[in-house]
Design a protein around this ligand. Structure first.
Ligand SMILES: CC(C)(COP(=O)(O)OP(=O)(O)OC[C@H]1O[C@@H](n2cnc3c(N)ncnc32)[C@H](O)[C@@H]1OP(=O)(O)O)[C@@H](O)C(=O)NCCC(=O)NCCS
Length: 171
């Protein structure tokens, strides 16, 4: 049985390790090592994760005391044309590689959608790498639809692949 709970400040160190490892496992082969290191430093340092935990909502999945996944959501940051004040964003859904394909991502998504921040949202947005078909399948199962795309810019300033922007209603 997994346990899902809201992250606290004392989870930041372990959460940072999990986030960086899962990002590198998933996207590391698609970028140069120097770009990967710069991206992790610019987006997933301990200070970023602490801000996510304090300012946004992070729910953690645990199995036998180990942190095996998390979901992070917040007010909307994706630049969409007509966000309402009730628009929210699913920022990250990460499951440790050796625990994927066991329903943990779906359990985290269920918990996120049941949380008041997303339950009361008019629209929930997210973005996902165009080549991340596994994540896209999960999001489509939950009713997210692609409404646009934007180019991912690498830390060096080079243009990368596209991210799809997806949206669904809160309830
Ligand atoms: C995308 C991600 C969050 C999905 O998490 P997950 O725990 O693997 O998701 P689930 O197990 O709920 O669903 C994945 C698949 O496993 C299947 N599955 C679920 N429970 C299962 C079980 N008990 N036995 C076998 N398969 C199962 C699902 O049907 C689904 O099938 P599909 O690939 O055909 O769509 C995870 O792969 C991940 O963290 N990837 C790296 C980071 C990432 O890409 N995040 C999303 C973009 S930000």
């Amino acid at each position: 049985m997994i346990n899902i709970r809201q992250a606290q400040k004392n989870d930041v160190s372990m959460l940072t390790h999990l986030a960086r490892q899962t990002y590198a496992d998933t996207f590391g082969d698609s970028m140069e090592p120097v770009e990967l290191a710069a991206h992790l430093e610019a987006n997933l340092s301990e200070s970023h994760i602490e801000l996510f935990v304090v300012d946004d909502v992070v729910l953690i999945a645990e199995f036998e005391g180990q942190m095996i996944g998390f979901v992070h959501f917040s007010d909307i940051n994706i630049p969409v044309e007509t966000p309402t004040s009730q628009s929210k964003e699913l920022q990250r859904l990460y499951v440790r590689r050796d625990f994927q394909n066991r329903g943990i991502g779906s359990s985290l998504m269920d918990a996120a959608l049941a949380h008041p921040l997303l339950k009361e949202a008019e629209y929930i947005y997210l973005d996902v790498w165009e080549h991340n078909s596994g994540a896209q399948r999960l999001y489509k199962r939950y009713g997210f639809e692609v409404i646009g795309e934007r180019r991912f810019t690498l830390p060096s300033g080079l243009e990368g692949d596209f991210d799809y922007i997806m949206v669904r209603q809160g309830q």
